[in-house]
Design a binder for this molecule. Structure first.
Ligand code: AMP
Length: 497
């Protein structure tokens, strides 16, 4: 979910300036979890959110239903800092619950934006948690406000609740489906009504959603790692455009949209998903290792040691080392008591964060020709610091390899990539990037190499198998809020910027 309506240093500057009256925007990647009919619903949800912590570290919330009333607890900070407290779980009684981890990278996180969001409707209460970003939420929100809606939060997820409230259909599930017909963009939703747990995945399946089972009870989660933590069984991925309704009667599936080929977000494999998760039937860890192998085939310098940037570069570096035959060593040690680099909202603090997070393991790099491997390069902050750190530690040569293609385009679907003019690859040639980070050589995995790592011969340009707009500029949906232009036109505007 995204706070689309408060501060907005995001997205394509040129497009915003021309078309968008809302000057600022936050973008987020989140984790969602839901369980139906289990006596420990809230505790399971807290554990699930803990396993999904990498998807959002700013805030977490759980809403439960006890057969009579809904209960909500929301906190800023990490799941373990709040929801491991038995007293908080005790305030969330009931056999059904949903939860949400929020990831926001810029601006303040205010408690009223923390999900799940809840609304009391004439047909009963409804709580919603959202991973993704709606690309027409601002347009819809303006219309809703003009029609008299009063918004409590600045979140695009609230738009969904208003659309449900405005629908004239008698049953909540029909209202929910009506709301889905109006929204565009990326979403994996879990919703809880008095009788049902509902899951929905956008028509292209950009964001992931998984169905699991524990003790005969059904679970919805962003990733399989949240099933593993509670010993639940994986049942299946929710399909693109599918709505699942979980109730006392079991699991029912609706397909309210015209069928479309699936286009999940490739960035789940590149960076977001936890390596022990299975995405689209494939081990994320194995795919990342294959990305490293492909990269080694495409561009392997003469070197003495392969060093991963921990933790995100580790599987690709293992693959790179295996394919190249160059030994793998932990030439950088990560301090695990600081969060992901991107969490700090300002560039200055972010830079400090990088230094706090990584140290050179001098014994493994001194006097050596080092190949650094990371999953991706965004602003170049991490790479710049780490190349210098390697040189300061006595490395003879420092080569940098990235296990994904250059990130040239902003994301509008809930992944935190900054505005285009802050993406190093959008503003620099390969040689300029090499010079900027100070490496002896620099190379990125090719787009086709990325697809090969995911088990395809190549990217199918006519029908791309994934949403890979960060690399290709090929946006898979309309981006109404951003321009009113088609994605293709938007991409051209981006090119011109
Ligand atoms: P940068 O330092 O700006 O080039 O960012 C690159 C680092 O951030 C890499 O080590 C990635 O693992 C990580 N990264 C890539 N994409 C994201 C994202 N959307 N959110 C947070 N971190 C990211």
């Amino acid at each position: 979910m995204t706070d689309g309506f408060s501060a907005r240093p995001g997205a394509l500057d040129v497009v915003e300036d021309i078309f968008d009256p809302y000057a600022d925007r936050l973008r987020e990647e989140c984790g969602v979890f839901g369980v139906f009919g289990h006596p420990e619903a809230a505790a399971l949800t807290a554990l699930g959110l803990h396993a999904l912590q990498h998807r959002g570290q700013e805030a977490a919330g759980i809403v439960s239903y006890d057969g009579d009333r809904f209960h909500a607890e929301k906190r800023l900070g990490l799941v373990g800092d709040h929801f491991s407290d038995g007293k908080i779980i005790a305030r969330l009684p009931g056999r059904s619950a949903i939860g949400h981890n929020r990831y926001s990278t810029t601006g303040e996180t205010i408690l009223r934006n923390v999900q799940p969001l809840f609304a009391e409707l004439d047909a009963g209460g409804l709580a919603v948690a959202h991973n993704g970003n709606l690309t027409n939420a601002m347009t819809l929100r303006r219309e809703l406000i003009r029609a008299g809606a009063i918004c409590q939060s600045t979140s695009d997820t609230e738009v969904i609740l208003h659309l449900v409230a405005h629908s004239r259909r008698p049953r909540i599930i029909d209202r929910f489906v009506n709301a889905l017909r109006e929204i565009e963009g990326a979403y994996a939703l879990v919703a809880l009504s008095t009788k049902k747990l509902v899951g929905a995945r956008d028509p292209l399946g950009i964001r992931p959603l998984i169905l699991g089972e524990l003790d005969g009870c059904h679970i919805l989660t962003s990733e399989t790692c949240a099933l593993d933590i509670i010993g639940a069984k994986y049942v299946r991925d929710i399909e693109n455009g599918e709505v699942v309704i979980i109730s006392e009667d079991g699991v029912q599936s609706l397909r309210p949209f015209p069928p479309q080929p699936m286009r999940p977000c490739v960035f789940e494999f590149v960076y977001f998903a936890r390596p022990d998760s299975v995405v689209q039937g494939q081990s994320v860890y194995e795919v990342r290792k294959r990305m490293g192998m492909e990269l080694a085939r495409e561009s392997c310098p003469d070197a003495d040691v392969i060093v991963p940037i921990p933790d995100s570069g580790v599987p690709a570096a293992i693959g790179f080392s295996r394919e190249s035959g160059i030994p793998f060593e932990l030439g950088i040690i990560r301090n695990h008591y600081v969060g992901r680099t991107f969490i700090q909202p300002t560039q200055g603090v972010r830079e400090l964060g990088v230094r706090m997070k990584h140290s050179a393991n001098r014994s493994q790099v001194e006097g050596k020709r080092v190949v650094l491997v990371d999953d991706s390069l965004v602003r170049g902050t991490t790479s710049l610091k780490i190349v210098k750190m390697m040189r300061d530690a006595g490395a003879k040569e420092v080569h940098f390899r990235l296990a994904c293609p250059p990130i040239m385009h902003s994301d509008f679907y809930g992944i935190d990539t900054p505005e285009r003019n802050k993406l190093l690859a959008a503003t620099h040639t390969l040689e300029q990037m090499r010079e900027f980070i100070g490496a002896d050589s620099l190379a990125f995995l090719s787009v086709d190499g990325l697809y090969r790592a995911m088990g395809y011969e190549a990217r199918d340009a006519a029908h791309p198998q994934f949403s890979d707009h960060c690399f290709t500029g090929d946006y898979p949906t309309a981006l109404t809020d951003y321009s009113g232009e088609t994605p293709r036109q938007l991409s051209l505007i981006a090119e011109a910027s």
